[in-house]
Design a binder for this molecule. Sequence first.
Ligand SMILES: CC(C)(COP(=O)(O)OP(=O)(O)OC[C@H]1O[C@@H](n2cnc3c(N)ncnc32)[C@H](O)[C@@H]1OP(=O)(O)O)[C@@H](O)C(=O)NCCC(=O)NCCS
Length: 186
Amino acid sequence: MSIKGKLVTLRAIEREDLPFLHKWTNDQEMNEMLGGWHFPSSMNDQQKWFETLHLNSLHQRYSIDVPGIGLIGTANLVDINWKDKNASHGVSIGDKTARGKGYAADTIMAIMRFAFEELGLNRLETTIIAYNAPSLALYTNKCGWTIEGTQKKWYYRKNQYWDRHVMGITREEYFDLVNKNNYWNG
Ligand SMILES: CC(C)(COP(=O)(O)OP(=O)(O)OC[C@H]1O[C@@H](n2cnc3c(N)ncnc32)[C@H](O)[C@@H]1OP(=O)(O)O)[C@@H](O)C(=O)NCCC(=O)NCCS
């Protein structure tokens, strides 16, 4: 199966995707915007990581495809907690020519529909470094998420500390959003 948005398809990561993922993993601008941190990563590192992907179903990682264009980025649904019914999520549009076209917003809508309407989860969350204005706008303005709290000086980047926003959305907030914006029927 794949997870369909209105514009994008989320599918399993294939070995053929690895050269793109390798390039994006080593992209400095991407790394500055993402929460995790990395050392320079080789194709061999990518291949070893790929071999472990199927081992833990609680960490789902997807390639984002656009029909007629192909692979543009990745999204995930990780730390799935079946007891409390929550999970974490992230998205990156690695192909910079594909940015600004609504693909990330559609990816988040598709992840939310899958998480709330298929998996029966109750909340999703993510964390965002305070200077990542595009991402903050994406989640709050477009996708109904809120800043639920701010952890002071959590990240160390560019020789200084930065706050980390904890963002979240509950299933009720998701259904309020899609009832208001009629996303899936519009
Ligand atoms: C943040 C990111 C995912 C946005 O992807 P995108 O496909 O360009 O986003 P969309 O086209 O779906 O934009 C949806 C909304 O996000 C916000 N947004 C996106 N890019 C923005 C930018 N450069 N500046 C301000 N707001 C922006 C806007 O609210 C936009 O709505 P609008 O077009 O009506 O103004 C992309 O820039 C990216 O991959 N960045 C690096 C990785 C990253 O930061 N990931 C998120 C980590 S939490």
